[in-house]
Design a protein. Structure first.
Length: 78
């Protein structure tokens, strides 16, 4: 979809320079910027992303804890 927006001249120049440095079109830079801005404000998406990270870390911690406990028990005299 095409749309028209008004932005300050300075911001336009900065976006142009960024697009040039990244080798991207102006439209691509604006699309990516807007997508990131919207995603950062979507509370549900942030919650899902954080839950994914916690689940991933929990799995690693459980495996690490089990291995640490096993090694500690092997060194202990019973």
């Amino acid at each position: 979809m095409k749309t028209a927006v008004s932005i300050p001249d300075g911001l336009f120049r900065r976006a142009e320079e960024l697009a040039r440095r990244l080798g991207k079109s102006r439209s691509q830079v604006y699309r990516e910027a807007l997508a990131e801005w919207v995603a950062r404000r979507d509370r549900a998406a942030v919650t899902v992303a954080l839950n994914d990270v916690v689940e991933e870390l929990d799995a690693g911690v459980e495996a690490w804890s089990a291995e640490a406990a096993r090694r500690a028990l092997e060194r202990s005299e019973w």
